[in-house]
Every structure is written in structure tokens, then in C-alpha cells.
Write a new protein. Sequence first.
Lengths: 254, 412
Amino acid sequence: MSTILKIENLQAQVGDKAILKGINLEVKAGEIHAIMGPNGSGKSTLSSVLAGRDEYEVTNGSATYLGKDLFELDPEERAWEGLFMAFQYPVEIPGVSNINFLRTALAEKANYFKKEPLSAKEFLQTVKEKSALVELNDKLKNRSVNVGFSGGEKKRNEIFQMAMLEPTLSILDETDSGLDIDALRIVANGVNTLKTENNATIVITHYQRLLDYIIPDFVHVLFDGRIIKTGGKELALELEEKGYDWLTKEAVAN
Amino acid sequence: MSTILKEKKFDLAVSTLNDEISKSALAEISNLEFPTRRTENWRYVKLGKLLKQDLKTDNVADLDISDFLIPELNTHVIVLVNGHYNETLSSSTPSAGLLIDRLENQKDTDLFTSHYNTLSEKHSEEIFTSINTAYNQDGVFIHIDKNKHIEKPIFIININTSSNLITNTRNLIVIDKGAKASIIQGYYTTSEKGNFNNSLTEVFVKQNANLSIDKIQDIDATDKHICTEEIHQEKDSNFKINTFILNGELIRNNVNISVDGTNCHSEMNGLFIGRDSQFIDNHTRVDHLKSHCISSELYKGILKDKSTGVFNGKVIVHQDAQVIEAYQQNNNVILSDSATMNTKPELEIFADDVKCSHGATTGQFDEEAIFYLQARGISKVRAKEMLIGAFSEDVLAKINNQNVRNFIESRI
Ligand SMILES: Nc1ncnc2c1ncn2[C@@H]1O[C@H](COP(=O)(O)OP(=O)(O)O)[C@@H](O)[C@H]1O
Ligand SMILES: [Mg+2]
């Protein structure tokens, strides 16, 4: 299997506070990785660094994405190259319509690959198909981006955007938090449908619950800016049962 | 000789519209000082360069105006070149009840004498107002007769084609009882530099009449422009003015509305974009003199580079004006550390039954929003454009005419 993402000794800080303290991770095509860990351990920071948020400064290490130095690319270039992050807290943008936003995003991506953008008809057809996947209400598509969306609608909107952009690597940052069981099933079903042997997914979650629906190949535990344990899907169940304490105590002791 | 404002050396022909009025304006000027930054009403305004500059007047022959027309918009066209009414370039289709003429041609009519300078004289202590009254060289007269609705907009195109020019354009607009019209006032420069326009428009909106003005200021980045509208509203009338400031070195707008009748609506909106070292100043003043009226204003500014913006909105609710609603909003985004915005609402309320609100915000674009758009594959430049579009939307929505709106939108 070909490698999509390879992270080596990644360290990052915000201001002068070190948050990521040496992360190693390799993600190959066709794989689903789960990253779990207590609040504040650096999960969102890791996804933000990968997506290119410049608030976070990479101080050491590297990330190679499809053979390219990820940190040399602007956030929009990463998106064009097929990296997608579903935000833990999707941003509300009053005055920018959801549909216009997506049309622009797709057109810029097509332009990057020197391709013709979808015709208006093709675009609307795709919107129709992909929004059905996450059962996103038709009305929401014409509203301002995430404005007046419920928590669950925002998360479904993220997966809808993912479906529209057809990424190679998707990073889902706590997409399950705040979802009731039906919404969780819808979101998981969307993710599973979009899964192929050529793309990969990193699922960041706090709870084991989502992993009943999206079955990971690997589970990593992130604590205090480091991956302190890696296992198979059974590790998630063990964490569910025993909590994080037994692992974090061990890590602190080391 | 040339004209130097500071020394009050005006080598300009005195207005012949009304000798008595011109004379008293000249007397007024001799007693007035040029505003400094200590003059409350002109704080922040850097007039220094203008006052030292040699200014002259000029006339012009032929000109291609097609660059200044708004795509797909069919209007009556009035063209003033270097401040002179140009009959060859102007073209208006005759419509019943519509009179468009040079102001000069109308100076002996009753309509003229009963209106001319009656609004401006109340602000004759503003030196630029008095300069305009004393030295106006030409301008437009528009009269819409009783109950006539003029569907086609009237487009007044002001173009400067010369350098270091001073123009004192004077317009008089009377919208009679029950009449309706819309006017576009455009201010432009060809490729010349260093001009100064001092325009003054008196506007009468009679009982139950309806007038909207869209003002577009897109002069050269070395030009200065002081632009005053004095508006008088009678009962049951509607008036709206939208100001779009696209380019210019120094632009100062004074919009003064006297709401002198019950049941009126008055609206002032504005959108301005400052670049480089541009200075953009919007002063508005509404005098509510009678009861049961609503006034609202929405000004939005985008300031880049080292530009400076000023918004000063004064609302005076006089003692006899009861049941007044006055709303005022000024929102600005600053896109650079060196740009500044000064905003000041001034409410003076002498009546009891009044609902007033004002709000002002000055901030930056939401970095998280920009990142969100980028993370979906929208370049940073485009993301900012989208946010500027979103920010401008509610002001653009105030434009009644779709073609005018499209044009402004394409320019921001
Ligand atoms: N922008 C920021 N400024 C300051 N501290 C931050 C910032 N972002 C994250 N942190 C800190 O970094 C740590 C990790 O945060 P985060 O990555 O959000 O963790 P997680 O997603 O695992 O809950 C926390 O201690 C958090 O307070
Ligand atoms: Mg988080």
C-alpha cells in the first residue's frame, strides 16, 4: 500500500507553549486511523497543523504528504491536493452562502489542475447526490455557511463538504461530539460510503462510540503531545472500559 | 493669477445666479477661517496640501463618455466636464413633467428664486458652502412636476479632464408633490491629477414625493472632493441617499437632511473602501423637526493600507418632534495595522417620545473564517474578497436598481 502521510518527530507550539512534542505517524492508502486521548492532549492542534493553521508554529520534525513536504504548501494548496479536515468547531460565515462557497472551492480546485469546472447543472446534480448522503436539509445549502445550523447540522455539513471535495486524506476532528445516535449513524455512514482503497481517514475522537460505526485499522492514544500507545481496534474497547488513567500514569512515570 | 484657498486669493468668477446672495457669501467668506484640525467639524481632515495648491479653472472640447456609463443601464444623461454643463454630451429623452436644464438658464424663474440657497444659507458658516455659493460656475437644475413618476434614472456625470482644477458645481433639485425620481451622481476623473471638486446640491422633496440618489465617487487617487447635499423633506415624503466611495485622495461628504414634515422616511447609506493613504470622511446630519418620522443610516467601511476613515452621524430630534425612530449603524473592517477609523455618533434629543439606536464596530476579518475558506480550497485573496462581499451585502441591498448594484459590486 502506498503511503499517503508520514509524520516524523513533529513538534509544534503556540506562542511559546509547546503542544506537540514529537509525533510519529504513518498513514497508508485504504487505512482508517483513530486518534484518541483526553481533552487538551493536542488532538485538535495536530489536525490544525496538518491543515495549515498558521497560529501554530512547527518547531521540529516533518510531514510528508503524497511525497510532498506538507509544510511548504498553503492551506488552500493542501486542500487542492486532497487534504480535508472536518473542523471540531465549524466556523459560521455570515453573508457567504454555503452553495456559493462550495462552487468557488470546487472551481479553484479545478483551476489548480487546469481542468474545466463543473457546469452549473453538473454542480447542482452533485450537490443533490452528496447532500442526500448525509441527509442534509435542502434549505441549509442556500444559507450562509453554518449560520443558524444546529450542532448536528454543522457536523453533517462538514461531511457534505468532504463528499463534494472527494479528499485523499480526511481528518475528522471530533465529528462525533454533540451528535445524537441517529446523527452519529448518518455521519458514520457518510464517511464509510466515501471510503475507498485509495484514500485514508484519520478519525479523532474522545469516545469509543464512533468507532462502533467507523471501524479503525489502528488506534493511537495521544497524550501531552505524544502518541503514547498504538494498537488495533480492540485498544478502543479497552480504553472504554478502563479509561485513560492507566496509560497516562504510565506515560507520566516514564 | 491662480486660486490659492488659504490666502483666499480666488481668481474665480463670482456666481451670477443671484447677485445679492453671491455678495453676502463673499462677505461671509472674508470673515471665515479655513478649518484646521482643531475645528471640531473638520477634525482628522488634512486640508494642508489642498490649501497650498495652485488651482485653476478650465473648459473642454470633446470627450468620450462611454467609459463612465453603467453597463446595461438606460438613463437620462447629464454631463458636466470640468464643472461645465456640456449640452452636446448630455442626452435626455423628453418626458412629461421632467425638466432638466442648466441652473443658469432658470435663474429668473419663481421655482429658482423660491428655492435657491434657502437650505445652504443655514450652513453658510461652513467655508466650502459659502465658497460654492459665491463662486459656483455652473450646474444642473432638475424639476419633476407634481405627481409625475420618472421611471428612467437621471445620471449626472461629473468628469474632470484637466489637472489642478477647482470646480464649484451647484445643483438644484425639486421633486414636486407626489412626484418620484431616482438620480445617480457620478464623480470621475480621466487620467489627470490634483483636482479639487467642491460640489453642492440642494434637494427639495415635497409632500408625498419620493427621491433616491446613488452617489458614486470614483475620482483620481490624487483628487480631492468635498461634496455636500442639503435636503429638505416635506410631509409624507421618502428620501434615500446611498454613497459609494471607490477612489480619491480626500473625500468629504456632508449629507444634511431637514425632515420638516410628519410621516417621512429618510435613509442614508454608504460603503467606502480606503486604500493607500486615502482619507474618507462621511458626515451626516438629520434634523427631525416634525413628529412620526423614521430615519435610518447604515455606513460600512473597509480600510486597507494607510487609509483613514471618519464617520460622524448627528441626529437632532427637536422638541416638537415626537414619536421619532432614528437608527444609525456604522461598521468597519480594518485590513492593515496602519489604517485607522474614527467614528462618532452624536444624538441630541429634545423630545420625549423617541426611539433611537446607534451602534459602531471596528474590527478585523475573522481569521478563523478566512482559514476555514482556505481549508476548503479557496485562496486567501479570494477568501478575503468573499468576506468583503459578505460585509458589503446589506449596503448593496439598499440600491434599488439592479444594474447600478451590479456595477458597484464589480468595482469593490
Ligand atoms: N490557540 C491556542 N492558544 C493557546 N493554547 C492553545 C491553543 N490551542 C490549543 N492550546 C492548548 O494546547 C493544548 C492542546 O489543545 P488541543 O489541541 O485543542 O487538544 P485536544 O483537541 O486534544 O482537546 C491545550 O492545553 C490547549 O489549551
Ligand atoms: Mg480538540
